[in-house]
Design a protein around this ligand. Structure first.
Ligand code: TXD
Length: 321
């Protein structure tokens, strides 16, 4: 009476490459919010299969019919609408930043080439660190149009800033908007003037000292969690942040959020990917939004860009070696 077809995938399809903490949590968010079917791919096949089976067994309880397939076979990712790259290794003791850059660059290059060969029209969201340079690499190696490739970081950093503002003021995060630009690192640029509580900039609601404290905590938001967790890094908020981007693309919501996007003269910068507000729709980055920045804010952004550029140069040097 019923036809058995356990692997019937229906569009939209999101391929999540890397079934680690962020990838698995993102897969969970996507299916449980009924956004898309998910192909969860990891170099360790059994890991992605285990996570997928676990999520399939939660379906009855979570009351959805989305499919999750765990695999190490790229043919399963065919015709994905969105590809999210979370594959990589974390930095371990004794590993230099160059070592990490080299290892993750190799992983991200391989993953990108294999994934796009089955999904040439996908939008790609990069999550792997070091974020801005991995996004650049993905774009370069894919040969995709600039609007089709972006990195997830700003929306997470902004969400951290929002959380700290809410904790400080005792208000709901629902009424708080925050903006964080720049590279995903210590030099990121949280923008208090563009961070508001029901439209009122926090510069009118808090002392300069309090703002400086929250800005600092935002810049170190990732490190604070790494220290507390003792093993691994943050993944709940990163998965939520990536979800928001996937959703804005698949539902063509045109949310305006910060993401690492290719700059072509905006903010006086070009030839790199870095965190700026963008409008995200079904084609990817519809446009980069240019906020009016003070000379100090612009300087901070350029300082951050200098460090992102240095990373791109290091990557190129590693390649040439
Ligand atoms: O704001 C942001 N962009 C970030 C970035 C927020 C959080 C995490 N950030 C970075 O994302 C982090 O520094 C890592 O570079 C990635 C993924 O973080 P996660 O916490 O999920 O790392 P895990 O748990 O170590 O998972 C990585 C998985 C793991 O299962 C590996 O087996 C897999 O990646 N992996 C691969 N999959 C496919 N193909 C290849 N080659 C491969 N190599 C490793």
């Amino acid at each position: 009476m019923f036809k058995s077809n356990p692997h019937h995938i229906s569009h939209p399809v999101v391929s999540v490459i890397g079934a680690g903490n962020v990838g698995s949590t993102l897969a969970q968010r996507i299916v449980e919010k009924n956004l898309a079917d998910v192909i969860l791919l990891d170099v360790v096949a059994s890991r992605s299969q285990g996570v997928a089976l676990d999520l399939m067994q939660a379906r009855a309880l979570e009351n959805h019919d989305r499919q999750i397939i765990g695999t190490d076979d790229y043919t399963h990712t065919k015709d994905s609408d969105v590809i999210v790259i979370t594959a990589g290794v974390p930095r371990k003791d004794g590993m230099s930043r160059d070592d990490l850059l080299k290892i993750n660059a190799k992983i991200v290059s391989e993953v990108t080439l294999r994934a796009i060969s089955h999904s040439p029209n996908a939008v790609i969201i990069v999550v792997t660190n070091p974020l801005d340079v991995m996004t650049y690499l993905t774009w370069e190696i894919s040969g995709f149009a600039t609007n089709k490739v972006m990195g997830m970081a700003g929306v997470l950093d902004a969400s951290r800033f929002q959380a700290f503002i809410a904790m400080e003021l005792g208000t709901s995060t629902a009424d708080i908007n925050a903006m964080v630009m720049g590279g995903h690192g210590d030099l990121m640029v949280p923008l208090p003037r563009y961070s508001t509580v029901s439209g009122v900039p926090i510069t009118e609601l808090m002392s300069a000292d309090a703002i400086a404290r929250l800005v600092d905590r935002t810049r170190n938001g990732g490190a604070e969690i790494v220290k507390l967790l003792q093993t691994g890094s943050a993944y709940f908020a990163p998965a939520s942040a990536a979800y928001l981007m996937v959703e804005s693309i698949l539902r063509n919501r045109r949310r305006i959020i910060p993401a690492a996007a290719y700059l072509q003269g905006e903010y006086g910068l070009e030839g790199l990917f870095m965190g700026v507000p963008v409008q995200l729709g079904q084609e990817g980055v519809d446009m980069v939004v240019e906020l009016g920045l003070s000379p100090e804010e612009l300087e901070a952004l350029h300082t951050s860009a200098t460090s992102v550029r240095a990373n791109i140069q290091r990557l190129k040097a590693i390649h040439e070696r």
